[in-house]
Design a binder for this molecule. Structure first.
Ligand SMILES: Cc1ncc(COP(=O)(O)O)c(C=O)c1O
Length: 436
């Protein structure tokens, strides 16, 4: 048995002076307590008790180049002497914006922010200002940050969520004013008929339709063929903006994100996480006429740390690596991810476990179910969560760290030997699960 004595002691200490002992509620999802890590390097994390973890959480997505990627760290270190925040512009912002406009589909212009949550808020405000409408349509199970306006029906209990064909908006946290629910329409995902019906019911009211183009937070579920095109067309028909939240998929499923992978361009797109390989950076990219409302209509967007020197330096260095050789690094990551997904599927079958591996090689999910592959939030909720958690606990004992929700993030540091080591650990973990 691995020991977590020092993590437990540090958690007790943190709880004395940090509210709840952590800096983000998402970090409670860890056993036996929120773990404390001393450092990370490449595909591995080293916790304070001396346990080594092959890390598939990767900070929940940003560490696309693995932990402490040297070229990014060096670029940021070199930038430190230049200063950090000026409450003014600096040349690296313009350079990064130019590169992003070239790389990202539909990114006529970009605006930098610091976290995904705030970039989502900006995109929703832009859509409302541009269309002079107030409602945002979002999909059940999709996560767009923890704000009052967006943390709605992200993980609703099915007792509260209403019928599948017309879900009711469910606040995700105490402390959210009930009035925010009036400005949100919730819809089941991956079903164009449901979207059409919802847009008809709210004709002329919906400013924007926001979604994760691959429903990563609800289970790494890909869009059905034609779905994204259909959503784009329905948005056009109903005068609503199509807003893609590529906070996870951006720079991960392809250099140009899910938009490039599926060949569909949205009106506004939010990126964060992998874009700066671990440094805090988010952005909204999209149509110039919509983004120009920031200046033309005086739509407010601020943020002290937006465009700070170090995040810009990190993103430029990360892009140098991700863009090199026409994105060759993605092909390597895809091949390793494919090997891992296939290997896990074979191991599940070998051990007689009803395990399903779904998603794309750079971000996928392990479900426990004998049913067909989940297509939306409710399908995903019907899978065996207890089996999933016991798999994760067994994996952790074998030195593999997976997000408690069942997601596996890959980085370019997860090379073939790391994948094979992971598969050997998963083999032992599954054997243990079966024995117990
Ligand atoms: C799809 C998606 N959107 C938005 C966010 C919020 O980003 P942040 O945590 O940077 O505020 C997340 C965070 O996980 C996310 O997965």
């Amino acid at each position: 048995m691995r020991s977590y004595t020092k993590s437990i002691a540090l958690y007790e200490k943190s709880r004395k002076h940090m509210a709840g002992g952590v800096s983000s509620n998402i970090r409670y999802a860890s056993v036996p307590v929120p773990l404390f890590f001393a450092r990370g390097e490449g595909a591995r994390l080293y916790d304070v008790d001396g346990n080594v973890h092959i890390d598939y959480v990767l900070g929940n997505g940003p560490a696309i180049l693995g932990h402490a990627p040297k070229k990014v760290v060096d670029a940021v270190a070199a930038s430190l002497v230049e200063g950090q925040v000026f409450a003014a512009q600096h040349p690296r912002e313009a350079e990064l914006a130019e590169r992003l406009s070239r790389l990202l589909p539909g990114a006529e212009v970009v605006r930098f922010a610091t976290s995904g949550t705030e970039a989502v808020l900006m995109a929703m405000r832009l859509a409302r200002a541009f269309t002079n409408r107030s409602k945002i349509l979002k999909f059940e199970g999709h996560y767009h940050g923890w704000s009052d306006q967006a943390f709605i029906s992200t993980k609703p209990s099915l007792n509260e969520a209403g019928p599948a064909d017309a879900p009711v908006p469910v606040a995700g946290s105490p402390g959210m004013p009930p009035s925010v629910l009036d400005d949100v329409v919730v819809c089941g995902w991956n079903d164009l008929d449901l979207l059409e019906q919802a847009l008809e019911r709210h004709r002329g009211e919906v400013a924007g339709v926001i979604m994760e183009p691959v429903m990563v937070n609800g289970g790494a579920i890909p869009p059905l063929p034609g779905y994204l095109e259909g959503v784009r067309d329905l948005c056009r028909k109903h005068g609503a903006l199509f807003i893609c939240d590529e906070v996870i998929t951006g720079f991960r499923v392809a250099l140009g994100g899910a938009q490039a992978k599926y060949g569909v361009t949205a009106d506004l797109v939010i990126y964060a996480k992998a874009v700066a390989a671990g440094f805090p950076l988010a952005l909204v990219a999209g149509r110039r006429d919509v983004m120009d409302t920031l200046l033309d209509k005086g739509v407010m967007h601020g943020g002290t740390y937006n465009g700070n020197v170090q995040s810009m330096a990190a993103a430029l260095a990360a892009l140098d690596i991700l863009e090199a050789d026409n994105g060759a690094i993605y092909r390597g990551m895809e091949a390793c991810g494919q090997r891992l997904m296939e290997g896990l599927t074979l191991l599940g079958a070998k051990h007689g476990l009803a395990m399903l591996v779904q998603g794309m090689p750079a971000i996928f999910q392990t479900f426990f179910t004998s049913a067909a592959a989940p297509r939306n939030y409710r399908d995903s909720m019907a899978t065996d969560r207890d089996a999933m958690l016991s798999f994760h606990a067994a994996l952790q004992e074998e030195g593999v760290r997976v997000q408690q929700g069942g997601r596996w993030f890959l980085s370019t540091a997860h090379d073939k030997p790391v994948i094979d080591e992971t598969l050997a650990a998963a083999d032992r973990a599954m054997a243990k699960m079966v024995r117990h």
